[in-house]
Design a protein around this ligand. Structure first.
Ligand SMILES: Nc1ncnc2c1ncn2[C@@H]1O[C@H](COP(=O)(O)OP(=O)(O)O)[C@@H](O)[C@H]1O
Ligand SMILES: CC(=O)OP(=O)(O)O
Ligand SMILES: [Mg+2]
Length: 351
C-alpha cells in the first residue's frame, strides 16, 4: 500500500510517499505545491495527516470523518501554529485525492501512557475537569520512531529500554521512555511548554505572564505572538532561529543564545530523568539533534550528573551511537523519521 504522509511543522511542510510493504520512501518533498507532487504519483490509497493536537477526545489515529473534523476544529486554539495547517491540508488533499482514505494521526497518541502524576497540573480540580487541563505531550511520532530505532541500534527490544530522547527542531521537546513507553515529556497542554525552541519561548514564569497582562504591558495577542514567533533562539540572538547560522556567526549574542538553549534542554532532560529508575541511552533527534554536533556535545557534556558524558563523534552520515566506546550511558543520534511512523499508524487504522 502507498501512503502519502503529510507533516506540517511550525516551520516547514514535508510530504513523503511510503510503501508499507517494506517501509521504503518512494518520493519526498518539502513543498507547498502538493498538486504537482500528487500528480506525479501512480497510486496513493491512504493519506496520513500529522495532527499535532486533537484535544481530549482525539488521541489515536482515526479516519477524517465529519465527527473527527469537528474534534479537530475544537482543538484549533490549543495548537494555533499547527492545527489550522492540518485543517487546510485536509481540505486540499481530500479534493486532490477524493478516493483515498484520509487518516489523522495525533502527536499525542504516544503519550497516552503518561502516568497520572506526570499528566496532572496542580490546579483546582474544578478547572481541570471543566476544561481538561492536562499534559498531552507532542512529537509522539518522532519519539516512537526514535524508540524503535534506538532499540535496533542497541540490539535490545524496545520494551526493555529506558531512554531520554531530545527532539530538537523547529519545536523542541524531550521524552522519558520507560520500557518503551512515554512516562514523561516536556511539552504539556500546548506545544509551548518545556524546552526553549527556535522561535518559541518554552516555559517561562506564569507569574511573569500574568504581570505583563495585568499591568497592561502587553495585550493577549501581543503576548501570544511574542511567545510563539519572536522568542527562543531568534528572540534571544536577534540573528536567526537556525543553530547553523548561530554557530557560524559566533558573535557574543549568537553564542549566548546557544548557551541558554543548551542549558534549557539539559534542564528538561534532567527533569524527565526523574521519571526513570535507570537510564540506558540518551537519544538526539530532530533537525538540530541530527545536524548540529556542537549542540549535542554541549548538552551531553553538561549532564555528568546523569552519568552522561561528551566526547561525541561529529560524523553524521547514518543513525549511530556517537559516544566513545565504554561510555556509561550511550548517546545516539538519529534522523527523525516521523513519516515512517505516520505511514504505519495510518495503515493500521484503515486495516
Ligand atoms: N540545525 C538546524 N537544522 C535544520 N533546521 C534548523 C536548525 N536549527 C534551526 N532550524 C529550524 O528548524 C525549522 C524546522 O522547522 P519545523 O518544520 O517546525 O521543524 P520540525 O517540524 O522538524 O519541528 C527550520 O525552519 C529551521 O530554520
Ligand atoms: C509539536 C511541535 O512543536 O511540532 P513542530 O516541531 O513540528 O513544530
Ligand atoms: Mg516537525
Amino acid at each position: 500500500m502507498n501512503v502519502l504522509t503529510v507533516n506540517p511543522g511550525s516551520g516547514s511542510l514535508r510530504v513523503h510517499l511510503v510503501r508499507t510493504e517494506d517501509y521504503e520512501v518512494l518520493d519526498s518533498a518539502s513543498t507547498d505545491d502538493l498538486a504537482s507532487f500528487v500528480d506525479k504519483q501512480s497510486s496513493i490509497s491512504v493519506v496520513a495527516h500529522r495532527l499535532v493536537h486533537g484535544g481530549p477526545d482525539l488521541v489515536q489515529p482515526a479516519e477524517a470523518t465529519a465527527s473527527v473534523r469537528a474534534k479537530i476544529a475544537d482543538a484549533r486554539s490549543l495548537a494555533p501554529e499547527h492545527v489550522p495547517k492540518t485543517e487546510a491540508l485536509l481540505d486540499q488533499l481530500t479534493e486532490l485525492l477524493p478516493d483515498a482514505k484520509h487518516v489523522v494521526c495525533p502527536d499525542t497518541a504516544f503519550h497516552q501512557t503518561l502516568p497520572s502524576v506526570a499528566r496532572t497540573y496542580p490546579l483546582p480540580v474544578r478547572w481541570r475537569s471543566r476544561w481538561d487541563l492536562r499534559r498531552y505531550g507532542f512529537h509522539g511520532w518522532s519519539f516512537s520512531w526514535a524508540t524503535r530505532r534506538a532499540a535496533e541500534l542497541l540490539h535490545q527490544p524496545p520494551r526493555e529500554l529506558n531512554l531520554l530522547i531530545a527532539h530538537l527542531s523547529g519545536g523542541c521537546s524531550v521524552c522519558a521512555v520507560s520500557h518503551g513507553r512515554s512516562v514523561d515529556t516536556s511539552m504539556g497542554f500546548t506545544p509551548l511548554e518545556g524546552a526553549m525552541m527556535t522561535k518559541r519561548s518554552g516555559s517561562v514564569d506564569p507569574g511573569m505572564l500574568l504581570w505583563l497582562l495585568r499591568e497592561g504591558k502587553l495585550t493577549v495577542e501581543e503576548l501570544e505572538d511574542g511567545l510563539y514567533h519572536h522568542s527562543g533562539l531568534l528572540g534571544l540572538s536577534g540573528i536567526s532561529d537556525d543553530t547553523r547560522d548561530l554557530v557560524r556567526d559566533g558573535s557574543v549574542e549568537a553564542r549566548f543564545a546557544l548557551a541558554v538553549f543548551e542549558h534549557r534542554v539539559r534542564r528538561e532532560l534532567a527533569a524527565a530523568a526523574a521519571s526513570l529508575d535507570r537510564l540506558d541511552a540518551l537519544v538526539f533527534t530532530g533537525d538540530i539533534g541530527w545536524d548540529q554536533p556542537e549542540t549535542a556535545e554541549a548538552v551531553a557534556g553538561g549532564l555528568g550528573v546523569l552519568g552522561i558524558a561528551g566526547g561525541l563523534s561529529r560524523t553524521r552520515d547514518h543513525d549511530a551511537v556517537i559516544s566513545p566506546p565504554g561510555a556509561k550511558v550511550p548517546v545516539l543520534t538519529l534522523r527523525s523519521r516521523e513519516e515512517l511512523e505516520l505511514a504505519r499508524a495510518a495503515a493500521e487504522a484503515v486495516r
